[in-house]
Design a binder for this molecule. Structure first.
Ligand code: GDP
Length: 296
């Protein structure tokens, strides 16, 4: 179920409830079940859906609501609040400051859109007046350095990498030293991925993070990975202390639920979303407008 459909289904469930003459436990229950079904179909983790139901029931206690209160509004508000809460871990992500050197490390599986997103992130900040730089510490995928080099050259962003060196930690540290000397205020480290979650990858992430001490680790997730999102995000969180999430490919048939699961697993906010292959198809993620749009 794509995002717009998810929003449509939830809105329909709420509208159906509004059509009922009396809103009683049965009507509320049906509405919540309908919403839960929509969320599950959109790959939101089962436990989160169950928790959401419980929370809404806590807020909306039909028996204790005074006569004359607008139950529909209260229920709609509760659904809105719950969806916002699911996307808001309660603490903002680290944000780089112009002129103050920051290191941001990207992690994610191969194909998630990590390399593309590194350049988008660099380009976004360059346009805001930062001096970003890109380090390719992905020594696993053949062609990774070439890809980063091409992207960086197009966007006129300084880059560092090696065709010969096979140790990602060494490259990351060398790149860091180089760009610190050049007064880059935003050093972005692209790391290796694998096709699936593997111990070797997580060990490598741990080592790169230990050697470069990033101010922020961003987990990049393909928006269409579905129910796998929670475990994947959690596994990365355990190897490098993920502090933010970027969900890519939300222009395609991506399901919305993965984003909710990634936030829950990493206890970190989504900061941007990728909406295309092009360098400026990149949007700031803002919870309330996103949920409003979702609910139409
Ligand atoms: P990496 O292996 O994680 O570094 O992934 P890449 O950056 O190489 O991206 C894998 C593929 O996904 C490439 O074909 C990208 O152009 C594509 N891609 C990345 N982000 C997006 C996005 O937001 N939307 C779409 N449609 N494609 C994307």
């Amino acid at each position: 179920m794509v995002l717009a459909q998810l929003g449509g289904s939830i809105s329909r469930a709420l509208a159906q409830m509004s059509n009922a003459t009396v809103i009683d436990e049965k009507v509320l229950g049906e509405c919540l079940n309908e919403i839960s079904r929509a969320l599950l179909q959109s790959d939101v983790q089962f436990k989160m859906v169950r928790d959401m139901q419980t929370n809404i029931r806590k807020i909306v206690n039909l028996e204790t609501l005074a006569a004359g209160t607008n139950k529909r509004r209260i229920i709609q508000q509760a659904v809105f609040t719950e969806l916002c809460n699911m996307l808001d871990p309660g603490k903002p992500a680290f944000t780089p400051k112009k002129g103050k050197p920051s290191v941001v490390m990207f992690v994610g599986l191969q194909g998630s859109g990590k390399t593309t997103t590194c350049t988008k992130y660099a380009y976004y900040h360059q346009r805001k007046g930062f001096k970003p730089s890109l380090v390719c510490a992905d020594t696993f995928r053949a062609g990774a350095f070439d890809q980063l080099k091409q992207n960086a050259t197009k966007a006129k962003i300084p880059f560092y990498g090696s065709y010969m060196e096979s140790d990602p930690v060494k490259i990351a540290v060398e790149g860091l030293e180089r760009f610190r000397k050049e007064n880059s205020d935003l050093i972005i480290i692209d790391t290796s991925g694998r096709h699936k979650q593997e111990a070797a990858l997580f060990e490598e992430m741990r080592q790169v993070a230990e050697a470069t001490k990033p101010d922020l680790v961003i987990f990049v997730m393909d928006g269409s990975i579905g129910q796998a999102a929670f475990d994947q995000a959690q596994a990365f969180k355990q190897s490098a202390s993920v502090g933010a999430v970027i969900v890519t490919k939300l222009d395609g048939h991506a399901k919305g639920g993965g984003a909710l699961s990634a936030v829950a697993a990493t206890k970190s906010p989504v900061i941007f979303i990728g909406t295309g292959e092009h360098i400026d198809e990149f949007e700031i993620f803002d919870v309330k407008p996103f949920v409003s749009r979702l609910l139409g």
